[in-house]
Design a protein around this ligand. Sequence first.
Ligand SMILES: NC(=O)c1ccc[n+]([C@@H]2O[C@H](COP(=O)([O-])OP(=O)(O)OC[C@H]3O[C@@H](n4cnc5c(N)ncnc54)[C@H](O)[C@@H]3O)[C@@H](O)[C@H]2O)c1
Length: 358
Amino acid sequence: MEDLVEGLELPMRILITGPMGYVGPVLTRHLRHRFPQAELIGFDSAFFAHNLTGTKRLPEALLNRMYFGDIRNFPAELLDGVDVVVHLAAISNDPMGKEFESVTEDINEKASIALAQKAEERGVGRFVFASSCSIYGAASGGPRRESDPLNPLTAYARSKVAMENALRSSNADKMTVTCLRFATACGMSDRLRLDLVLNDFVAGALATGEISVLSDGTPWRPLIDVSDMARAIEWAIGRSADQGSRFLVVNAGSNAGNYQVRDLAEVVAAELPGTKVNINREAPPDLRSYQVDFSLFAELAPAHLPAVPLAQSVRNLRGGLSQIGFSDRNFRASSLMRLKTLNDHIAEGRLSRDLRWQ
Ligand SMILES: NC(=O)c1ccc[n+]([C@@H]2O[C@H](COP(=O)([O-])OP(=O)(O)OC[C@H]3O[C@@H](n4cnc5c(N)ncnc54)[C@H](O)[C@@H]3O)[C@@H](O)[C@H]2O)c1
């Protein structure tokens, strides 16, 4: 445990947007452990607040303060005295981005840019943005580096590119900005999601004894355990402008974490003996395929590199799912899919189509 971060005074004040999602509970616990004296503040619209998996304690109880609200109407005064903003809040995957395209642009792009501007104006020293390797899109010809051309194929990926570009071109000369281009997340969380490739495979194997690969299995995906995402964010919180540059984009993951989807299925099957792997050889090609070069992250953050092997992520998921008695064969239509949760809120009149509480 430590509390000292170079360049920041104690008690350090960190505002996390979107802590009530999949990554947030793992991040909150990690930061609470690493920075026991820090003041941790959450801000979330609570779309998924009730989707707890296997915990009896609200993960946000580890925060010092929690605000409920929409970043489209973010009250700038919450930023007063804040040292670091960790910006997770987003419409956070391709299926939701497709269904709620203009909302995705409003939240992930417009409101996110406005949040960063307010942060700079209010004297926030560091801004950490959760970007995504999915912005490499369809990328043949070897692992992609940060300076390589981007090829976003979805509304979600385009929104992440737009936010990165806005942060790069803003004349924020006081705020240190880190855009972490995360690999695809996997692993256990107090708000587990099954709309992620590895989590889906483990759930399928446990509930049905089968993994049903929706593609022909050839696309490349880099993976990172959610707890390693938290460690990367810890590094970015502590990063000063002389480590890298004041504005920095960095791929967050590890070179060993690049897998073809069929290999992911094989790793899960090896951990859960007896699992059958069904590859859909008739599937139309999944264009989203990218290998990513994580050398820059390895160079800049040697003490915060991913530490959880893929097989361990699988075992953690197996343990977590067993603990909640998971056996839902129809889990791809369950509330563990984020899009389903949003659509249920809308169908039952709680959310409007533009994702505002009614
Ligand atoms: N999970 C991944 O594979 C992955 C990979 C790369 C990057 N990321 C990024 O990391 C971040 C966190 O991901 P996650 O998996 O925890 O997402 P999530 O969807 O589980 O959580 C997002 C949180 O943001 C909140 N939110 C959404 N819109 C909001 C608004 N308008 N105002 C306030 N709060 C709002 C939601 O209520 C939710 O709690 C996202 O920005 C995501 O794009 C995730």
